[in-house]
Each structure stands twice: as C-alpha cells, then as structure tokens.
Design a binder for this molecule. Structure first.
Ligand code: ARG
Length: 401
C-alpha cells in the first residue's frame, strides 16, 4: 500500500493534473479535499472528477460557516483591509483550508499534504506557514511549484492522461472566489495601464448599467457582528450572500489594486467584493459613533498590523491571538444600525444609530437645548495654547512668505 497525501483540490487544471503527478512523481495515493468557502460550483461534479482522474478518495467539506464566523467576521471587526484596498478574501481562506487539510491528513493517516500554489504568490506562504504551525511533521508538497511546466505544458500533460481541461483554462484570467470576494489576475490585466475589460467582472454590474434608482440597505450589528439586514435577523452566510447580490447589482465593490506581494513582486489585482465593501463601511461608521476618538486612532493602527499579518500568512501566530483579543474588547458597544445608499457603483453611509452612541445631540446642536458650556471655552483655550504662546514669544514664529 502506498503512502497517502491529502490534496487541497479546487477542480481546476493545476490541482487536477496534480492528482496524477503526485502518483507518478511520489507514488502517493491522493485524497482530494475540496473546501467549500462559498464559490458557486457543482460539488458532486468536482468529487467525481477527482475520482475519475485517480484520487483514491474525494471529500467535499462545507466550511462556509466556519469561514464566516472564525475568519471573515473577526477580520471585519478589526477593519482589516490590506494596503487600504483589499478586504483579504483569499488571504483569509487559506489558513482555514490549511486547518482542514491537516485535520483530514491526521484522520486519514496521510504522511503529506499538497496544494496547487505556484512559487510566486502569497497563497503558498499562507498554506506552508499554517500547516507548519499546526502539524510540523506533515510533509508539504506543492506540485505546481516543483514541476516546472508552463501553462501549455500543463494542458498537454492533462490531455496526454485524459484529464479534462476545464473551459476556464481557456480563459485568460486566473480567478479565485469565496464569500468575501472574487479575485481576477493575469491576461491583459498584467498591464497596469489597461482598464479591466468588461468580461472580468461577473459579480458586479457595470456602474453605467446599474439601476437609475439607488438602493438603500440597513445593517444591524451586535458587538461588531452584522446580524440583521433590513431589520431581518440573518445568519452570517446568508447575510453576506444577500449583500453580494444586492450591492453587486448596484455596481458596488470593484477594486483595482497594484498590490505588494510578500515575495516582493508588485502585482495588479482586480477584485469584486460587494458585501465586504458595504460591511466594512457600515462597521466603520458604527465604530465612529460608539468608540472614543482615542480608541478609533489606536484601532486604526491595529487594523494595519492585523491586515498585514493576515496577508502575510501569520494567522496562527501569537501576535494574531493578542491583536484579536484587543479587537474583541473594542467591540463591546459596537451595536446599532447603519443605513447605506448604493447607487451606480457608489456606497455611502447616510445614517447610523446605536443604543450606546457617544454622539450627544445636546452637546452638538447649535439650536436651543444646547448643553455645551461655551463660557468654559476661553479658559480651556488659554491653557491649550500656553506652550504655543510661550514658544512664539521666546523663539518667534516662522513667517509664511
Ligand atoms: N493577491 C491576492 C492575495 O494574495 C489574491 C490571490 C488569489 N489567489 C489565487 N490563487 N488566484 O491574497
């Protein structure tokens, strides 16, 4: 009996070829594991395909709920967005896939795990670092990083062994999808000057063709977690799916990012992330109402660190645990409702309310009912400006020419 390897199987060309290649090169029996994190596909067809190519076992794991509750929502609470643009859909899914690969390998007594990443991207780092943290004794094999075949050679290899070449292999783009977003790379997009052609987008309508009437949506949060949509209680998976539909229809969520990969490459990335765009904006609006100025300032710094560590594959680090504990603590009073207007590709917050709001009408108003004691301001300003006056008297003021 041969040793076993558990392969993270997407059903695409590379991982399909990998089933055959792992047997040929390493004499390993392949257990194909497809992790469903919310891409639309026929999972029984994916299973059958793996078995037809020669996998000894093909498993499909529905991980949507795990993905939402343990990865997406904590990242939302942290406001984690890489380089101010990328909501991290793909970076968040890899540690979850790594965890499920490892669990399966231990259960099936496999000696190795494998994934379809190349040697140029971030995903290989996320897989390898996560697997190494969870099960250091497992051997990690990345066929596409080793086999040295070009795209054409991979297709030839597939044809030689009767491995079906998916139509998507004919598409010039490389695509990855899950609940939190869709990424599109390669083809003409590799020229950063070229506007993304219409055919790269499938989740979002072109803003020009979006409805002429705006759509309004209300998101209810409890402690930083979205729990209602337009007043209706909803589980996380459904809420995100609904929002992807609704906001995508309005052309919301297109992102064009010249991104700094961990391996040092700048790469042009197109994303569609309608739900993520809406939820991140809504969440930040509610934080603006329920957190103090100092909490907000500090949390913004944490958000950058948090996003970087997710991007860089450090999900299973202690630093992540520490930051997550801080973020959870900040969310105690981030409860309330945010109203957004979606129109022609734009998403704007137009209303917010919270039982724990720090906004005080009595303090803010210029109308009658003003509770702010204006007579206290001169004394406050006298002290506040003291160091500036002192320095100006002694050292002068730089003149603006
Ligand atoms: N650039 C993004 C990231 O590194 C998206 C990667 C998508 N992955 C893929 N295999 N196509 O997170």
């Amino acid at each position: 009996m041969s040793d076993k390897v558990v392969l993270a199987y997407s059903g695409g060309l590379d991982t399909s070829v990998a089933i055959r290649w792992l047997k040929e090169r390493y004499n390993l029996d392949v257990i194909a594991l497809n992790v469903n994190v919310g891409s639309e596909r026929d999972f029984s067809a994916v299973r059958k395909k793996a078995l037809n190519i020669g996998a000894v076992k093909a498993l499909v794991e529905d991980a949507k709920e795990l993905f939402v509750n343990y990865f997406i929502f904590p990242a939302l609470q942290a406001d984690a967005v890489y380089e101010g643009q990328y909501p991290l859909a793909h970076a968040l899914s890899r540690p979850l896939m790594a965890k499920l690969l490892v669990d399966t390998a231990l259960k099936e007594k496999a000696s190795a795990v494998a994934h379809g990443c190349t040697g140029k991207g971030n995903d290989q780092v996320r897989f390898d670092v996560s697997i190494g943290a969870l099960a250091p004794s497992l051997k990690i094999i990345a066929p596409a990083r080793e086999w040295g075949m070009s795209r054409e050679e991979t297709i030839k290899y597939a044809q030689r062994y009767g491995i079906p070449v998916p139509v998507t292999a004919a598409s010039p783009y490389s695509i990855d999808e899950n609940l939190w977003g869709r990424s599109i790379e390669c083809g003409v997009l590799e020229d950063p000057w070229v506007e993304p052609p219409a055919d790269v987008f499938t989740w979002t309508r072109s803003p020009a063709n979006a409805p002429d009437e705006p759509a309004y949506v209300e998101i209810g949060f409890e402690q930083g977690i979205p729990v209602t949509l337009d007043g209706q209680q909803m589980d996380g998976v459904s809420l995100i799916q609904h929002l992807n539909q609704l906001a995508g229809e309005q052309g919301v969520g297109r992102i064009d990012h010249l991104e700094n990969r961990l391996v040092g490459i700048k790469s042009r990335e197109i994303y569609e992330a309608p739900a993520a765009t809406v939820l991140l904006q809504a969440h930040q609006a509610l934080e603006a109402m329920t957190l103090s100025k100092d909490q907000l300032r500090f949390k913004q710094k944490v958000a950058i660190e948090y996003a970087d560590l997710i991007y860089n594959g450090l999900w299973f680090s202690s630093l992540h645990q520490d930051l997550a504990a801080y973020v959870r603590s900040t969310q105690r009073y981030v409860t309330g409702t945010v109203r957004l207007k979606l129109f022609k590709g734009g998403c704007r917050v137009v209303g917010r309310k919270s039982p724990k709001s720090l906004y005080s009408y009595g303090l803010a108003t210029y109308d009658k009912g003003d509770q702010f004691d204006q007579s206290a301001s001169p004394g406050f300003i006298h002290i506040w400006g003291l160091p500036v006056r002192t320095q100006a008297q002694i050292q002068g003021v730089e003149e603006v020419k």
